[in-house]
Ligand binder design. Structure first.
Ligand code: ASP
Length: 353
């Protein structure tokens, strides 16, 4: 019954969102039309409803999304690389307590913040990722170090931090990440767990009674003037996660993927489903192998396949021509894009809100 309700809720959200939210963003200005570079970001998908967000909070989110977009835009406009733009843009959001990444990340069951991140270079399919790090201020920067300065793709925990030190990255005190709001969410989740029959208390993505059912993983995808695409994602994972649970964010092909021949993707949502559906890779692969558009590929995976599986969440993505998709089957997703020298466009809720 619970599963049926979950599927129905996702389905309803999918129907609500399909019409206009899968922006294959139409250019809105001449500057965008001539865009030789572009950037698209998210700050997490989930049960984000207008009635639950005060006008002040909404303005705060939009301002931070815009700041992140302008940071990447400035790098791309001056001829900088997609990789540089992705890292700098994500760092703006990692440093903001508004999002579930870096400062303000959610808490794991035992009361610590365990961070995951990944990055991929679409020009050569190089990739780097870190999982379960607890002393790294910018996990996305460390993921890039893994990509560029190690023989590996994914490092975890203490080993990843040992590697960080060899690259001159200082370990910081974990208290930096903690915020009162996230601690309260952990306490709520633990209290709920005691009164429910669930054995693992992950947030119930589509359970309207879950007050912590809003997330804030961050991600960015950029296309630079040289036609290179890069994608990256950074998160604290899910509140009350246990047993060193790792979600999709540091898994190349699930949370992040980039290929100059097709597209770049950054995911946010219920990670277990995104891993099982290889979401980020599947979207790029459908474009490459089936020759379909980015919008069609994103719709097929997020609005059809994931919905059928019961997986809630969304993606942001762009292709080699600068087409953009921001597709989600949840009620909302913090998101935005910028094309060329145009103004940033941001969004939070589904259609009609
Ligand atoms: N995908 C993340 C995870 O499962 C969570 C999120 O995107 O909000 O760890």
């Amino acid at each position: 019954m619970a599963n049926l309700r979950k599927t129905l809720t996702i389905f309803v959200a999918a129907v609500i969102c399909t019409a206009g939210v899968t922006f294959s963003a139409t250019p809105v200005s001449a500057a965008e039309d001539e865009a030789k570079f572009a950037m698209v970001i998210h700050g997490g998908a989930g049960r984000i409803l207008k009635k639950n967000l005060s006008p002040e909070k909404e303005a705060e989110y939009r301002a931070k999304l815009e700041e992140a977009l302008r940071t990447g835009q400035a790098i791309l406009a001056s001829g900088g690389s997609a990789l540089d733009a992705v890292v700098a843009t994500i760092q703006v959001m990692e440093n903001s307590p508004l999002f579930n990444a870096g400062k303000g990340a959610v808490f794991a069951h035992e009361g610590q913040n365990e961070l995951d991140a990944s990055i991929m270079d679409g020009s050569n399919q190089d990739a780097g990722a870190v999982a379960s790090v607890t002393h790294i201020k910018s996990p996305i920067a460390l993921a890039r170090e893994v990509m560029e300065n190690s023989a590996h793709v994914l490092l975890s925990g203490a080993g990843a931090e040992e590697f960080a030190e060899t690259r001159g990255i200082k370990l910081i005190d974990p208290s930096y990440f903690a915020t009162e709001k996230r601690l309260q969410q952990l306490k709520n989740a633990i209290a709920r767990e005691k009164t429910s029959s669930a054995t693992i208390s992950a947030p119930q993505w589509n359970d309207p009674i879950d007050p912590d059912n809003k997330f804030g993983t961050v991600g960015a995808v950029a296309l630079d003037m040289n036609g290179n695409i890069a994608a990256g994602t950074s998160t604290g994972g899910m509140t009350n996660k246990r047993w060193k649970r790792i979600g999709d964010t540091p898994i190349i092909g699930a949370g992040t993927y980039a290929n100059n021949q097709s597209c770049g993707v950054s995911s946010t949502g219920h990670g277990e489903f995104f891993i099982r559906a290889s979401v980020a890779f599947s979207i790029c692969a459908m474009m490459e192998y089936k020759g379909i558009s980015l919008k069609e590929a994103a719709d097929a995976i997020i609005m059809k396949k994931l919905v059928k599986m019961g997986g809630a969440g969304g993606i942001v993505s762009l292709d080699k021509d600068g087409n953009i998709a921001m597709t989600f089957n949840t009620e909302g997703m913090y998101r935005g894009y910028v094309k060329g020298g145009g103004d940033p466009v941001t969004g939070i809720y589904g259609v009609g809100e």
